[in-house]
Design a protein around this ligand. Sequence first.
Ligand code: IPM
Ligand code: MG
Length: 347
Amino acid sequence: MALIAILAGDGIGPEVTAEARRVLDALDLDLHFEEGLVGGVAYRATGHPLPAATLDLARRADAVLFGAVGDPSCDGLERALRPEQAILGLRKELGLFANLRPAMLFAGLEDASALRPEVAGAIDLVIVRELTGDVYFGDKGRRTGADGLREGYDLMRYDEAEVARIARVGFETARRRRSRLCSVDKANVLETSQLWRDVVIEISAEYPGVALSHMYVDNAAMQLVRNPGQFDVIVTGNLFGDILSDQASMCAGSIGMLPSASLDTGSKGMYEPIHGSAPDIAGQGRANPCAAILSAAMMLRHSLHLNDAADRIDGAVAAAIAGGARTGDLGGAMSTRAMGDAVLAKL
Ligand code: IPM
Ligand code: MG
């Protein structure tokens, strides 16, 4: 029996996670669920966005199914108490260094993409984002400069071991797909990126079957909207991956369709829709649960090795979309629950 921690969090998190849970229940797998508080809701209940009990649950669990964190009413809090710190803390504490963000266009959603249908239809890529280093976790702070001016700083740094391990995840991911890996950096300006590029090239010797290319991040942002079909797997650092994955999601139709997996060196993982808490539509039952449902499928695949069950979920979502099921983000008017029902009907 596998223990799944459900951390639904803020905003639409609980609504979409409930649908993912219904789909998992319908598959009748040997799973045990335990819920924990996280984000703004945890701060209000306990005074901290990542309470010790939640971290303990996440550590004990075989996998974490995560909703969303983010609450505008917490924006005035000191940084350490803001909801976002919960997710950064979970990533760091659980060693979830590898973030897989697949972006593909579901048949039938061609018109939902911000791109022309023939351009959007070619999207089928995975962004492998480093998740526990970079400017997110470097030395940061405020100080007064020599001239008396206020300064803010965030140190960008990677060591070669951090780059090597995420590079290997990139190569492994590419090897299971179309064997093309594009490493995205800013080596023309940043020394961190030059080290990144040097190490990725060194690691490429272990993967002769994978074609490696390099792209500067500004060019990658442009190429993602110009011709996204050119990418198979992208490997990049934490900050660049954050930005490019939001961009890729919109090319693929809706951010409401895209799941993600955050993995450690073993089979532990945290699975979450890449959309946030969407406070503007929270509590209205209008959010698209597909990203959460597809995240549950990634969980079955990566942490529990239940590939057939994962395939069934992926297929049911694709069939529901092909059958015309649409929430508001996809140009329809279905409720969260009705979309969940549509997926369940295809399971
Ligand atoms: C993401 C989010 C987070 C990040 C925030 C909520 C801290 O944008 O998962 O992409 O920046 O990593
Ligand atoms: Mg982001």
